[in-house]
Design a protein around this ligand. Structure first.
Ligand code: NDP
Length: 257
């Protein structure tokens, strides 16, 4: 009874940016819970390898791949339409693809500002809108936007990332305002500092690393696997009356100073 609440058998899930890092672990977690899962990224070699490795690790899992640029409106429309035709009706979308760009505000080029905003915020609008166009007539769908502790907290040198992740919280609320009555649930997860390719240079920096260990009540970096349970919950019937929320998964970082 309890475990069936989290069962995703028969559901179809797309996780953007799941060729590596957090997205890859979220995709593996959704697949392990029974979902037919579409891995996604731009670089097709890495994407193919990720698909093969996930299929080998989970015999019997239904794993597919799709490659498109989440910042390109036409490519997004074609990509979502291709998945709906080739794999089936999307039940779950995780807007995870994202990038970082670290430079002080006074040195920030407008092109880099635009690139981070397009990849980390506009992409969720583009992919979410295309998915919703298919989900709304079916009156069911779960969208999970991957936010960040930077949804709430700023640090020097990452202004466009912080602006985008703050915007993503309010996009989550706007999608809820427009789509919840038609059966779509849109929520966010906000990871703290997670050890992936994106943060490898910070892990390798002794002073930053010790700052993280001291600043995080749980006294460790997060792992992509730490995010799987909350994502499965938000993708499943166990969260059917949760709308427009952002859940912080950060070892407690956002609740202490
Ligand atoms: P990684 O750099 O490890 O992976 C990023 C993924 O996004 C890759 O699969 C990449 O695919 C894909 N991607 C990037 N740009 C595009 C694009 N334009 N079109 C399609 N795919 C794209 O990142 P993480 O796993 O660390 O981060 C994943 C998400 O989690 C991001 O939104 C990030 O902001 C968020 N996050 C990360 C934290 C951390 O500490 N790591 C903390 C809080 C939030 P490809 O290489 O093929 O382009």
């Amino acid at each position: 009874m309890t475990s069936s609440l989290f069962d995703l058998t028969g559901r179809i899930a797309l996780v953007t940016g799941s060729s590596r890092g957090i997205g890859r672990s979220l995709a593996a977690g959704l697949a392990a819970s029974g979902a037919t899962t579409v891995l996604h990224g731009r670089e097709t070699g890495r994407l193919r390898t990720a698909g093969e490795e996930l299929a080998a690790a989970q015999p019997g899992a239904q794993i597919h791949t799709a490659s498109f640029d989440v910042t390109d409106a036409e490519a997004v429309a074609a990509g979502i339409s291709d998945i709906e035709g080739r794999v089936g009706p999307l039940d779950i979308l995780v807007n995870n693809a994202g990038i970082q760009h670290r430079v002080p505000l006074l040195d920030l080029e407008v092109e880099d500002w635009d690139r981070v905003l397009r990849t980390n915020l506009t992409s969720a609008f583009l992919v979410g809108r295309e998915a919703a166009r298919h989900m709304l007539p079916r009156r069911t769908g779960k969208i999970i936007n991957v936010c960040s502790v930077q949804t709430d907290l700023a640090r020097p040198t990452i202004a466009p990332y912080t602006a985008a992740k703050g915007g993503l919280r309010n996009l989550t609320r706007s999608m809820t305002a427009e789509w919840a009555s038609a059966g779509l649930q849109v929520n966010g997860i906000a990871p703290g500092y997670i050890h992936t390719d994106m943060t490898q240079n910070l892990v390798d920096d002794p002073s930053f690393n010790s700052w993280i260990l001291g600043r995080t009540p749980a006294a460790r970096w997060g792992t992509p696997e730490d995010l799987v349970g909350p994502a499965v919950w938000l993708a499943s019937d166990a969260s059917n009356y949760v709308n427009g929320q952002v859940i912080f998964i950060d070892g407690g970082m956002s609740v202490v100073v």
